[in-house]
Each structure stands twice: as C-alpha cells, then as structure tokens.
Design a protein around this ligand. Structure first.
Ligand SMILES: *[C@@H]1O[C@H](CO)[C@@H](O)[C@H](O)[C@H]1NC(C)=O
Ligand SMILES: *[C@@H]1O[C@H](CO)[C@@H](O)[C@H](O)[C@H]1NC(C)=O
Ligand SMILES: *[C@@H]1O[C@H](CO)[C@@H](O)[C@H](O)[C@H]1NC(C)=O
Ligand SMILES: *[C@@H]1O[C@H](CO)[C@@H](O)[C@H](O)[C@H]1NC(C)=O
Length: 235
C-alpha cells in the first residue's frame, strides 16, 4: 500500500517535471519565423500550453503586433490567442484562431467569443490591421497579427491563449479542460513595467470575472482528466 502510494507520488512528480520541461516549449529563443522577415521588440514564454508570444507595442500608434506560437493539441487541431477588453476569462475575448485547412494552407479567423457554446467567425472589437498564420514543420502554428488598440486602453491588457484538438467543417471544436487549458490567461504589460503572469489585469467593468472559468468546467472535468493522462503518458 505504502509502496503503491510512493510509486504514484513518483509518477506524479515525473509527470510534472515532464510537463514543465523547457525543452518541450516553443521558447522565445528557439523559435524562428521561417518564411518571414519580421522581428519583435519583446517575447514572453507563456506559462502554459508551451506557447510563446513575440510582440511589439507602438504606444504612439496604439498598435500591438504579435506572433503567437503554439502547437495544436493534435495535428488536426487549432491554436488561438486574443485579448479580452472586459474580463479575464474566455467570454468577451476577441480572438484569433488558426488551423490548417483541408487544402493545406494555414488559415486565421477572428472570433468575438460571447458564450461557451460553439464559436462562429465574426469581426472583433479591435481593428485588425493585418493577420496571417503559418505552420512549421515541427507541428507548431504561428499567428501573426497587428491590432489597433482603442484610445484610453491601459498599460496592461488581458490576454488569453488556447489550443484545441479538432476543427469540424471549418469551425474550431471546444478545447479540453485540463489544468493548463484553464490557466492559459494572464496580463500582458505593454509598458514593460512587469513580467506577464497569471495575475489578471483589473477588469474595467469590475465584478465577477472568474465566473467564466468555473462555468467552462461543467461537464468537461472528466475529459480534462483524460487529456492530462494522455499528456502524461503520451510523451
Ligand atoms: C528585412 O527587413 C528589413 C527592414 O525592413 C530590410 O532592411 C531588409 O532588407 C529585409 N531583409 C530581407 C531579406 O528581406
Ligand atoms: C484554402 O482553404 C481556405 C479555407 O477554406 C481558404 O480560405 C483558402 O483561400 C484556400 N486556399 C487556396 C490556395 O485554395
Ligand atoms: C461581440 O458580441 C457582443 C455580444 O453579442 C456584442 O455586444 C458586441 O458588439 C460584439 N462585438 C463585435 C465587434 O461584433
Ligand atoms: C521591450 O523591450 C524593450 C527593449 O529591451 C524594453 O525597453 C521594453 O520595456 C520592453 N517592453 C515590454 C512591454 O516589455
């Protein structure tokens, strides 16, 4: 009994070490934008889902140029990144989602995420000055975009990122509910004052910003656990 518990502990520790191994991350240093002549002022390795964000903020023009890189949860899946101007969770996020289309090109679409139901392509509240995406041979996808932030937007924005395992008829299918999927949000400082992190930027509307994360979980807990197990034993 004690031995079994110890084994379980060791297994969990090993899994944790594996999951947080920097070698698996699409790090700021390792990633190359193969087909593009683009550089960014800053880069942050996001704390979950082995994702990274290169970005340049032009404070005078209020434009934020980003290159978000992550690997979809499966080769037929999708990656997404966005800003949430009203809250820290998923609902309200103005998102860019990219995936490989059937014809082999990598497409990127915008989504105004208004609920936890299926999402549909739509305009977003930020000006999208450019957007494109590319897949790398290693299976990662990078979304390139330049967004125009509204006058009066603060020095910190709420960012959300995500990966999913499937796209059905051009529509990204709901992502898993593993701990990493839930924790994939944080503050992006545009003034260089502090690191990114899990701490949310203050919500302009105030109020109940965590409601979303809880609701998202209903009905998906078991699936999330399965995904974690696959992650642990799949590597
Ligand atoms: C890349 O962009 C820089 C700045 O716009 C330019 O000076 C340089 O010639 C470009 N290089 C290539 C290979 O296109
Ligand atoms: C490939 O498919 C996507 C999505 O349907 C479409 O937007 C794109 O124009 C297509 N590209 C080519 C080269 O046919
Ligand atoms: C996004 O959806 C919300 C809720 O339906 C709506 O109020 C808002 O105007 C939409 N934003 C855009 C840019 O369409
Ligand atoms: C980006 O990098 C530049 C140069 O290292 C630094 O001055 C600036 O504060 C950084 N900006 C952010 C938002 O981290």
């Amino acid at each position: 009994m004690a031995a079994a518990s110890l084994s379980l502990l060791l297994l969990i520790a090993a899994a944790a070490a594996l999951l947080s191994s920097p070698a698996l991350s699409l790090t700021c240093e390792s990633h190359k934008f193969s087909h593009r002549n683009v550089t960014f002022a800053n880069c942050t390795e996001l704390p979950t889902l082995k994702a990274s964000l290169h970005y340049t903020y032009d404070a005078a023009a209020k434009t934020l140029s980003v290159a978000f890189t992550a690997a979809p949860a499966s080769p037929q899946g999708w990656i997404g990144w966005g800003l949430n101007p009203t809250a820290t969770g998923m609902v309200g996020t103005q998102a860019l989602v990219a995936f490989d289309a059937a014809n082999g090109s990598t497409v990127v679409k915008t989504y105004n995420i208004t609920s936890y139901g299926p999402i549909s392509e739509s305009p977003i509240s930020y000006g999208v000055l450019s957007k494109s995406a590319e897949s790398s041979s290693g299976g990662a996808i990078t979304i390139f975009a330049t967004l125009k932030l509204p006058e009066g937007s603060g020095a910190a924005v709420n960012q959300i990122w995500q990966v999913g395992s499937a796209v059905a008829d051009g529509v990204p299918v709901k992502h898993a509910f593993a701990p990493d999927n839930l924790a994939s949000k944080g503050t992006l400082r545009l003034d260089g004052a502090a690191e990114h992190g899990g701490a949310p930027a203050p919500s302009p509307g105030g109020g109940n910003v965590n409601v979303g994360a809880r609701n998202w979980g209903i009905g998906f807990g078991m699936y999330g656990i399965c995904v974690v197990l696959v992650s642990i034993f799949g590597f």
